[in-house]
Design a protein around this ligand. Structure first.
Ligand code: CA
Length: 218
């Protein structure tokens, strides 16, 4: 989230975190551009009026780089900035301030679904099903109760079935950048997932990381 109004940014971060998202905040245009260039974000919420570099410039620079991360622009109410400019600059959608949090959430979800074809509305891997909209997880049709962090970890793995994901990558994507977290926490949470989903659900690839089992272990 690139937003210089700190109270708004913090409030949105709190709300989105409660929904299971991991949110990093940048308070300036150059800071946001740098974060979007170097991080791997699923979506960017981008304010138009920012110190240093406007939201338009940020998105133009991203698109010029060939970075197609889904972007939701937040535009000012007074019409000084035309929403069409944001869309022309490469935004996927926009919201006019003040906006409803519920609408923001719906738009973010829509962007995540639409953003990349490899992101279906409901994820299925082996016996596991995960619905990002309702945050419901089931195994062989039986509901599984996960904490927010366990859910975020599983979702990240389910979006990369069969791929080996390193501990550091998981730490980057599932835990906030602002928290100085011990990489061993990843191991702890993989343990929680195994307890709830079955020992074979997440494989350890020695020296490389973890992999979600694509087929059920016998
Ligand atoms: Ca602003």
């Amino acid at each position: 989230m690139v937003e210089d109004e700190e109270r708004l940014a913090r409030a949105l971060q709190r709300g989105l975190t409660a929904e299971g998202f991991v949110v990093d905040i940048a308070g300036t245009g150059p800071g946001g551009l740098d974060a979007a260039r170097h991080g791997q974000y699923d979506a960017v919420i981008l304010d138009v009026m920012l110190p240093g570099l406007s939201g338009y410039r940020v998105i133009q620079a991203l698109r010029a780089d060939g970075n197609w991360v889904p972007v939701l622009m937040l535009s000012a109410k007074d019409g000084e900035y035309d929403q069409a400019d944001g869309l022309d600059a490469g935004a996927d959608d926009y919201l006019t301030k003040p906006f409803s949090y519920v609408v923001l959430l719906a738009k973010i979800r829509a962007l995540l679904r639409r953003g990349a074809p490899e992101r279906p509305a409901v994820l299925r891997v082996g016996a596991l099903t995960l619905d990002p909209a309702s945050r419901r997880v089931s195994r062989d049709g039986d509901p599984v109760n996960l904490t927010l962090r366990e859910y975020a970890l599983l979702e990240y793995l389910m979006r990369r079935p069969g791929a080996v994901v390193s501990k550091i990558e998981l730490l980057d994507h599932v835990w906030d950048a602002s928290v100085d977290t011990d990489p061993n926490i990843v191991e702890v949470y993989v343990g929680y997932l195994r307890r709830k989903l079955g020992r074979g659900a997440v494989e350890t690839v020695r020296g490389a990381g973890y992999r979600l089992a694509v087929t059920e272990p016998a």
